[in-house]
Design a protein around this ligand. Sequence first.
Ligand SMILES: [Zn+2]
Length: 203
Amino acid sequence: MKKSFVFVLILAIVEMAMAGVLSGKLIVLDPGHGGIDDGAIGPTGLKEKTINLELALSLCKILQTQGASVLLTRRTDETVSLSARIALANEKHAALFVCIHHNSIQNAPEVDRPQVYYWSATDTSKRAARFILDSLERFFTVKGNLLRNDFKVLKLAEVPAVLVEMSFISSPKREKWLRDPFNIWREALALDDGILRYFDHLK
Ligand SMILES: [Zn+2]
């Protein structure tokens, strides 16, 4: 990606954040897996649960700086049930519930793209998913998928909810890329951009 293009993207983020788009918004971030559940594992052993947590913690810092209140379903490598994750989002009436994952596919090392899932019959979750996917596609100049799926975390959420598969940890190239903490910040910024755009359009 061209440096000037990155600069334009970051300026847009700053502009929306300064406009107070996120002030008073409670966002629940859910780093997938953790504890006894590793999630997917990359070709050389990088665990999805680790990357999901790093990404959620980075995104949390960015969102808080921009005025949002943020809760995480886990802040360490611990086992958290799906129902506990959903309960946090529902009980706190989150303005947005974002489940963070990295995908994996067997015997297809070349597959690597973002996928954003929604379920809700109302179109709020779908719109959030669309904004987030658009941002991921723009940041990483890649075509992704917007998908409807009845994942338990989405189906039982009573608030706008999306599940984001950021990229495929099963791709050797991507796994190497994810080992660089700077790239986790890149993923966090891309997610932040989508979240800002979603709340900006609700104004
Ligand atoms: Zn996962």
